[in-house]
Every structure is written in structure tokens, then in C-alpha cells.
Design a protein around this ligand. Structure first.
Ligand code: NAD
Length: 500
């Protein structure tokens, strides 16, 4: 499988002339899968110039024609979904079902792109003054850039470029350097659809390449998904040159368990949502808030978590895969140690877990802390690992206050059998995605995926339904129709709105 990751510039796959390359490592074996270039300045400039040139024509391609390319893309992605998922699992480590889910959630966004006409529709009000009508149009803006994280190497690039491109823009994508094989395969399939050259360009690298995109004067907007620190950097840097920016960043998602919840469902949801995909989901649950008597279910939670076994993606029984890198594993291990040092009770310690036959993998077993408080670093930091923190409170109000005080607000859930408690929580909690008896409430693309506070900022038009607003400029046109003699005979520089 080993090959160098190509750039995709001006409709061609080319080998970068970069002097620096990074290894792409299989996290279950440490085997080198590929090398990814730190794209040179000239190559990045060529990518942006190609996108600029392509925009001149692409913006005028009729919308039904643009949409038809995405029907074709959806078909190709569906035909190749298992092949994409296998490559994704090799480089990212997630188990096969999760790999398939990652691809499928991306395909759903492409299907959403096929409905662009409805979402790009403007508005019209006739006769806002005598013989005057007002209409609004959504128009493409130019070149957009996308910067994506490692944890959903299919879904997140597909959150971005299909919606930007179907709206009439052109795009430069910079995927994660940790798992670039998947986006490369997505690009190869896109290339097969025959879109004009330059409509999509893909460059690779890390901080320098991201900074280039943030600074480039020809790039009109940047969509970023990644960690809190990098998100803040991208937001500040890209807004400095007046770009439209949206940042989906870190998370610390809480699941509230009320004493009237179904214990079996709540406990199983907690285990699956904290450890699934090795806890490396932005919507993973990392804090369980046990209300009142639900605080007595700690042994049940531990029992469920103990039943989960990490393993290689090709083994059906693997509950989840390795951490993405040895560095990510070491960081999680050191945060676990800090938790112990700061006085939390380590109820289940995953640090010594090994997987037979894959001893070099970045494995971390399910890890459970009890008696965690908000001052501890395991509560404050996004660990992004299969680690669950338990916090006990005495009421729903106290649980909601705790969640609302957290600097993040990506997702949250409540398990309860009370409609009143569920409704109160839904209304009062400050988070973008709220689950009621569902642990990871990720909406389909015809809704918006958002986030509150430090989890999502910048332009508030997010993935999905409203993303068409992010990728377009609104133009509102007010027009007087010269079919009224009184207007013609008495020229007036202003529009007279009727007051009565
Ligand atoms: P990351 O921030 O390390 O990397 C994201 C992108 O930024 C990558 O393309 C990377 O190359 C680039 N980058 C890394 N360091 C940089 C730097 N110093 N300067 C400029 N660019 C830099 O994130 P990650 O570890 O790949 O992904 C995990 C994070 O993403 C988690 O925090 C997770 O919560 C978050 N995430 C959020 C959402 C959401 O919707 N809110 C979705 C998925 C992931």
C-alpha cells in the first residue's frame, strides 16, 4: 500500500517537490503506510491560482449541471464505500463499522449537495413600495479553504468541499497529515467525475500550510475543524485578512443520568459513547453527571466498560481501535496520571492494555474515574481518549449549571423517563446538539450541526442545512418597474414607501 501522497493541483495528481515529508503510520502496528509532503510555497500558490482561474467559469456553470456532478460523485462513493472504509481503518485505526459510518455520513452530505437548488433559493416580496419589488439571491464568493482533523478523514472533508463547490465556489483542501490516504481516495473519485480542473485542489502539510491558507488574499473563507488551540489560532489569523471563518473546535460532552432513567440503557450508552472510536469523536461523552440515586450505578458503568475490548479493525470483536498516534496515547496517559495525582478515584485503568498480535499499537483500554471535580485537569481538558469522568450532583438544575459553566458546548445528552425533565434540559442547556435518551446526537445534514461557546465560533452557518449560507454571499435587489406614468412624469431619487 505504501505510496507517496500526491498533491492535486489544477486537475492533476503530482508528486510534491517538498524537501520535508512526514510518515503516515498505521496506529495498530506502527507500520509506515505512506509519506505526506509539507507542500512548498510555489505549489500552494499554484493551487490557489488554479482555484481562482477555475472560479471564473465555474460560477457560471448552470446549477443543475453542477448538481449532476454530485449525483455522479455520490454513486462513485457508494460503489467504493467499503474500499474507502478499509483504507480509512488502516490509517486511522477505527473499527470497520465505525470506518463505514465515517464514509456513510460523508456520502449523506454529498446527497445533501444534490439538493442545492432548494437551499440556494432566494426570496422575493412584490410591491414593497408602489411598483417596487425586492428579491434576494445567493451568489458564490470565490475560493474557499478547508482544514480538517484526523478523526473523521472521510466525513469532515465531505462536510466542506461538496457544499462549497456545488454552490459555485472553488476549493483548496488541507486534510490532516495523520490520515491523508482517505482524502486522497475521495479526491481520486472526485477526479473521475470530470469536473473542470482547478475546481478542487488538495494540498498537504501542517501549520505552515494552514497559515498560508489563512493569509492568502485570494481566499474568501476558511472552514476549520480541529482542536481548541489550533481553532483559535486559525480564527484570529484568517479573520485578520477579513476572511469569512467558521471553526468547529474542541469539546467536553456531558451525559446526565437521572435516577428515573432506564439503568441498562444509560449504562450501556455511557460505555459506548465514551470509548467508541477510542473516545476520538468530537461528540464522544467524556463526563457522566449522575443525579441523586443514579450515583449508585458506578459498578454497573464499570462492568459495561470492562466488557469493551480494543482491537484491530479487521477483527469483528474489536469494540474500538487504537489511539491515532503514540503521542496522543502518551498525552492521554499523562492526563490519567494527573487525575490520580489530583485525587480522583481511578476505577478502571486502561493504561496497561495490550492487544495480542498488535503489541506495538497505541492501545488504551477503557478508563473510568469517579469523584471528579471541575478543577481537575481530567475535567478541564479534552482528553480525546476512552476515558470517562464521573461527577455526582443532587439535582437536574445542578447538572445543567455544571454543563453551562463548561467552556465547551458541542453536544450533551440526558437519560430520563420524565418528559418534563427532558424538556427542561432541552430548553436550559447550552450546547449545540442535545440528545434525549440518545448518547451521540449527531444530526443528518439537512439539519445544522453547530456548537456553543468554545466548540463552534466564527460564522454561525455550519455544516448541513445552513452551510449554503456560509459558502454564498446574499445580494438583495430592489427594483422599480417603469410602468407607472406617475413615476415617470415625476422623477424621484428615493423610493416612496406607503405609510398607511
Ligand atoms: P488539530 O487541531 O491537531 O488538527 C486540525 C488541523 O489543523 C489539521 O489539518 C492540522 O494539520 C492543522 N494543525 C495542527 N497544528 C496546527 C498549528 N499549530 N497551526 C496551524 N494548523 C495546525 O486536531 P486533530 O487532533 O486532528 O483533531 C481532533 C480535534 O478536533 C479534537 O479537539 C476534536 O474535538 C476536534 N473536532 C471537532 C469537531 C467539531 O465539530 N467541533 C469535529 C471533529 C473534531
Amino acid at each position: 500500500m505504501h505510496r507517496k501522497i500526491p498533491l492535486y493541483i489544477d486537475g492533476s495528481f503530482t508528486e510534491s517537490k517538498a524537501s520535508q515529508w512526514m510518515d503516515v503510520i498505521n496506529p495498530a502496528t506502527q507500520e509506515k503506510l505512506s509519506e505526506v509532503p509539507l507542500t512548498t510555497g510555489d505549489e500552494m500558490e499554484a493551487a490557489v491560482q488554479s482555484a481562482c482561474a477555475a472560479f471564473e467559469e465555474w460560477q457560471n456553470v448552470p446549477l443543475p449541471t453542477r448538481v449532476r456532478y454530485f449525483f455522479k460523485y455520490q454513486d462513485l462513493l457508494k460503489k467504493n464505500q467499503d474500499e474507502i472504509a478499509k483504507i480509512l481503518c488502516e490509517e486511522n485505526g477505527k473499527n470497520f463499522v465505525d470506518g463505514q459510518g465515517d464514509v456513510w455520513r460523508g456520502i449523506e452530505v454529498v446527497e445533501h449537495a444534490c439538493a442545492a437548488a432548494t437551499h440556494l433559493m432566494g426570496e422575493t416580496v412584490e410591491n414593497v413600495a408602489r411598483n417596487v419589488d425586492t428579491s434576494s439571491y445567493s451568489q458564490p464568493m470565490g475560493v474557499f479553504a478547508g482544514i480538517t482533523p484526523f478523526n473523521f478523514p472521510a466525513m469532515i472533508p465531505l462536510w466542506m468541499f461538496p457544499l462549497a463547490i456545488v454552490s459555485g465556489n472553488t476549493f483548496v483542501l488541507k486534510p490532516s497529515e495523520q490520515d491523508p490516504l482517505t482524502p486522497t481516495l475521495l479526491t481520486e473519485l472526485f477526479h473521475e467525475c470530470g469536473l473542470p480542473k482547478g475546481v478542487l485542489n488538495v494540498i498537504h502539510g501542517g501549520a505552515d500550510q494552514v497559515n498560508f491558507l489563512c493569509d492568502h488574499p485570494k481566499i474568501r473563507g476558511v472552514s476549520f475543524v480541529g482542536s481548541a488551540a489550533v481553532g483559535q489560532h486559525v480564527y484570529k489569523r484568517a479573520s485578520e485578512s477579513m476572511k469569512r471563518v467558521q471553526c468547529f473546535a474542541g469539546a467536553k460532552n456531558h451525559l446526565v443520568v437521572m435516577p428515573d432513567a432506564s439503568k441498562d440503557q444509560a449504562v450501556s450508552a455511557l460505555a459506548a459513547s465514551s470509548c467508541g472510536a477510542s473516545g476520538q469523536r468530537c461528540m464522544a461523552i467524556s463526563v457522566a453527571v449522575l443525579v441523586g440515586e443514579a450515583g449508585e450505578w458506578v459498578d454497573d458503568i464499570r462492568g459495561q466498560m470492562e466488557g469493551l475490548t480494543p482491537g484491530h479493525w479487521s477483527h469483528e470483536k474489536s469494540s474500538y481501535g487504537p489511539m491515532i498516534s503514540s503521542r496522543a496515547k502518551e498525552r492521554a496517559q499523562s492526563l490519567i496520571q494527573e487525575g490520580v495525582d489530583q485525587g480522583a478515584d481511578l476505577f478502571l485503568d486502561g493504561r496497561k492494555v495490550l492487544v495480542e498480535g498488535y503489541e506495538k499499537g497505541n492501545w488504551l483500554g477503557p478508563t473510568l474515574f469517579d469523584n471528579v471535580n471541575p478543577e481537575m485537569s481530567i475535567y478541564r481538558e479534552e482528553i480525546f481518549a476512552p476515558v470517562l469522568c464521573l461527577v455526582r450532583v443532587s439535582s437536574l438544575d445542578e447538572a445543567t449549571r455544571l454543563i453551562n459553566a463548561n467552556p465547551y458546548g458541542n453536544g450533551t445528552s440526558i437519560y430520563t423517563s420524565s418528559g418534563a425533565a427532558a424538556r427542561k434540559f432541552r430548553r436550559e442547556v447550552q450546547a449545540g446538539q442535545v440528545g434525549i435518551n440518545i448518547p451521540i446526537p449527531v444530526p443528518l445534514p439537512f439539519f445544522s450541526f453547530t456548537g456553543w461557546k468554545g466548540s463552534f465560533y466564527g460564522d454561525q452557518h455550519a455544516y448541513g442545512k445552513q452551510a449554503f449560507r456560509f459558502y454564498t454571499e446574499t445580494k438583495t435587489v430592489t427594483q422599480r418597474w417603469f410602468n407607472d406614468d406617475s413615476v415617470l412624469s415625476k422623477p424621484n431619487m428615493t423610493i416612496r414607501y406607503d405609510k398607511e
